[in-house]
Design a protein around this ligand. Structure first.
Ligand SMILES: [Zn+2]
Length: 418
């Protein structure tokens, strides 16, 4: 079995791996780097690809996929919820970055008609390979991918979370033995704080902002994080108005149709029933003046209604802004978090609203990631990807030291024979 890292390995973004065996060549993910001018993985000619398996909907794993569907012969394999969610995200990607993309909406439609759905645990074949998906616990539909070819077995973690959240069950820990494990390394250098404590602190912050007459803005990704935040508030007895805006509402509708992928569908249903769904500008202008919580994409203030809300909310002391996800360097969300600065009336200004950060990560932190990796039997070789340089190298070093494994922090274009 040969494994080639096509994506930028020591970086988060444009994930893509090519696995080859006896003339069968399967792509695992084909993501984009969603910077202002998007970046893509190394290319493999469509005629050389036997099939594609998608781990989950996030654009850094799915964003460049439509390139392979200009002609319709290749099949895309994923869970049904991953297919629907990646469609929502790729459509938005085309809307925002269309001029830089080597594909169009019609190619996304072609991708949809070439998609084959699989549930967790249900094996399927591509050429000489047998593939199985396992729950990765990261976002709804997210999968760990196992590839068996000849006598070899590869496990690709995709993005993984082995801790239970309000929205999702933890990652499946019974993924079987492996000869090689390709693992994400996003949080390989740090542990997350205790989840229930974060939930309590966040709910208390929301309550204190609203009870002093303020509005709390929570810029949040539309897939997973927006729902997790709303569920946290509902579960912790927060009964003031909660409004949700943008693509997150479309995602709610998808998730309600795929309850088997959720930890507690009833909690999500009640949370959504309790939300005010924002559908237009008059409503937006009204809710920025009323004490309550507004959950709105984009999570890093790069687009969507969160920009409007931030402009209206950030300049009053009684208001609050809660940052609940990782902010990529160079984004307005990162500038806000690091320097307390935002753009107001076209000028850079110091934020007056109370700014707080809460760690609601959907990736395993260091200890959980390492213990999950160590628990995989079969004495596998580990390849670390999907993290910054320090994270990928440190995770590989740790695995070498702890269990004497052969572990390598891969570089883009690197090929390994397993
Ligand atoms: Zn992800």
């Amino acid at each position: 079995m040969e494994v080639k890292i096509l994506g930028a390995a020591r970086q988060v973004g444009r994930s893509a791996i090519l696995v080859s065996h006896n003339g069968t060549r399967v792509l695992l993910d084909y993501g984009a780097l969603t910077t202002r001018i998007p970046g893509f993985p190394m290319h493999v000619q469509p005629r050389e690809v036997s099939g594609i398996v998608l781990s989950h909907a996030h654009l850094d794993h799915s964003g460049a996929l439509p390139i392979y569907f200009l002609r319709k012969k290749i099949k895309l394999h994923c869970t049904p919820v991953t297919s629907e969610l990646s469609n929502i995200l790729i459509q938005d990607f085309i809307k925002i970055s269309g001029q830089y993309l080597p594909f169009e909406y019609v190619d996304l439609l072609s991708m949809n008609s070439s998609t084959v759905f699989h549930d967790y645990g249900e094996g399927f074949e591509i050429g000489s390979m047998r593939i199985t998906l396992y729950d990765a616990g990261h976002i709804p539909g997210s999968s760990i991918i196992a590839v068996e070819a000849g006598s070899r077995r590869l496990i690709y973690t995709g993005d993984i979370n082995s801790e239970e959240t309000n929205l999702l069950k933890p990652a499946d820990s019974s993924v079987g033995e492996a000869d090689v494990v390709v693992t994400e390394s996003t949080y390989a250098t740090s542990d997350h704080p205790e989840r229930l404590k974060v939930e309590k602190e966040f709910t208390e912050f929301a309550r204190s902002v609203v009870e002093r007459g303020g509005v709390l803005l929570v810029p949040a990704f539309s897939v997973g994080r927006a729902q997790e935040i709303a569920m946290t508030l509902y579960k912790n007895g927060f009964r003031y108005p909660i409004a949700m805006d943008g693509m997150a509402l479309k995602v709610n509708n998808v998730l309600l149709r795929y309850q088997e992928y959720l930890r507690d569908p009833e909690l999500l249903r009640k949370t959504i029933e309790n939300l005010e769904e924002v559908s237009g500008w008059s409503q937006r202008r009204k809710i920025v003046k009323r004490p309550g919580v507004i959950i709105s994409p984009a999570g890093m203030l790069v687009g969507g209604a969160s920009i409007f809300y931030n402009e209206r909310i950030s300049m009053e002391e009684k208001n609050g802004i809660a940052i609940v996800s990782f902010q990529v360097p160079g984004t307005p969300g990162r500038t806000l978090l690091e320097k307390g600065l935002t753009v107001h009336n076209g000028k850079t200004a110091k934020v007056k609203a109370e700014l707080r950060r809460f760690d609601f990560s959907s990736h395993s932190g260091r200890s959980r990631l390492i213990s999950m990796l160590k628990s995989i039997k079969g004495n596998p070789t580990y390849i670390t990807v999907h993290g910054d340089e320090e994270a990928c190298v440190s995770l590989a070093d740790q695995l070498k030291t702890d269990i004497g494994a052969y572990a390598v922090a891969a570089t883009q274009g690197q090929e390994l024979s397993i």
